[in-house]
Ligand binder design. Structure first.
Ligand SMILES: [Zn+2]
Length: 375
């Protein structure tokens, strides 16, 4: 068994369901301390984070990842116990195998090999590891970044180890992510009897044309890296349940996944102008969960593409699809951020798994990136 697989198994064996860490970070920290990393645990409320850095000079390369996993789900649907790592036909099974304990193991081993060959490498290497990526992401990466910013410790290049690949490891590099913003809309009317509509004011009737217009609006056309911005109504409710009552209020929740063609302020202004145009009596509150970011050029992207090609001959597709990731907290500091990790076909599912060979190839890719940036 390779070093990578042995470490991945040790990590999977720890049942670190979010926001628990269950000693995963200690295990990683011990390995990193042995090769000259300065270990700095950062605990915020219920969340354990690890900041580990080797070197004090710039440029600073950082690997960002998480030790927490989503719950196992129905145990009887797993062919093998989720927290007993099992290898069958060259495939490693267990919760977190792909998301993302496999990546953590690949990077720790890649760094060990790199440091053995280049003990006096240029710049610095760091690990930013959290245990709340799968949870509410309040006390994880964002708090660590705040701490680093406060002491002006700047990340130049960051690889997030999220499972970015589709069919073969390295076939996709995520070089950005869409932004996400949610609107909670309350439209006020006047409740009354359906037989006396002149004495009431139906908020559903008033809001329906505005909602139709929101749904039909083209917000932008996207660009070379982003699909067009999308608007989706996620929840809607009104009415008392009785067939003879005009409701007094309508509640609607909608979400935008937006490209770099728009800012969240553009979206807020356009939605509010549209609601005003329809003369609605409304209240609207917004929750921004992430700004879009894009790394379309730079030394990190070049190094990753070259390393992937050298390891398995793939020319990776550069995509920004999928949900948000912790990269959204790191990119605003000015860092170049990409995501490179194993195949994501089974993440968050029962019988989560990853090919053993893929994790070994991933370690070679990570090492190849370090060689190109810091050797
Ligand atoms: Zn993940």
């Amino acid at each position: 068994m390779s070093d990578v697989i042995a470490l991945a198994k040790e990590l999977i064996r720890r049942p670190s369901v979010t926001p628990l860490d269950e000693g995963c970070q200690t295990l990683m920290a011990e390995r990193l301390a042995r090769i000259g990393f300065v270990i700095e645990p950062m605990v915020f409320e219920d969340t354990t984070n690890l900041w580990a850095r080797r070197g004090s000079e710039g440029p600073l390369f950082c690997f960002a990842g998480h030790t927490d996993v989503v719950p196992a789900g129905p145990l009887d649907k797993w062919h093998t116990p989720p927290f007993e790592p099992t290898i069958k036909d060259g495939v490693l099974y267990g919760r977190g195998a792909a998301d993302m304990k496999g990546s953590l193991a690949s990077m720790v081993v890649a760094v060990e090999r790199f440091v053995a060959e280049h003990p006096d490498h240029t710049g610095s290497i760091a690990f930013l590891i959290t245990s709340d990526e799968e949870g509410p992401f309040i006390n994880g990466t964002t708090r660590v970044i705040d701490t680093l910013e406060a002491r002006n410790e700047k990340i130049r290049w960051c690889i997030v180890g999220e499972p970015s690949s589709t069919a073969v490891v390295g076939d996709v590099v995520k070089n950005g992510r869409r932004g996400s913003i949610t609107g909670d809309l309350l439209v006020r009317g006047v409740q009354g009897h359906v037989a006396y509509p002149h004495l009431a004011d139906n908020p559903i009737h008033k809001a329906a044309p505005a909602l139709a217009e929101l749904a039909a609006t083209e917000w932008d056309e996207g660009n070379a890296y982003f699909p067009p911005t999308s608007f989706q109504i996620a929840n809607i409710s009104a009415g008392t349940g009785a067939s003879n009552v005009i409701p007094g209020e309508l509640q609607v929740q909608f979400n935008f996944r937006f490209s770099t063609e728009l800012t969240d302020m553009d979206i807020r202004e356009r939605v509010e102008a549209l609601l005003d145009k329809h003369r609605l009596d409304y209240q609207l509150s917004w929750t921004l969960s992430g700004q879009p970011f894009l790394t379309d050029t730079g030394a990190l992207l070049d190094a990753a593409v070259a390393a992937i090609e050298a390891v398995n001959g793939q020319q990776p597709a550069l995509l920004t699809t999928g949900g948000t990731s912790d990269g959204r907290f790191i990119a605003p500091t000015g860092a170049e951020v990409i995501e490179l990790g194993p195949v994501n076909a089974t993440i968050h599912k029962v019988n989560e798994c990853v090919k053993e060979d893929d994790l070994d190839l991933l370690a070679d890719m990570y090492q190849g990136v370090l060689e190109r940036l810091l050797a």
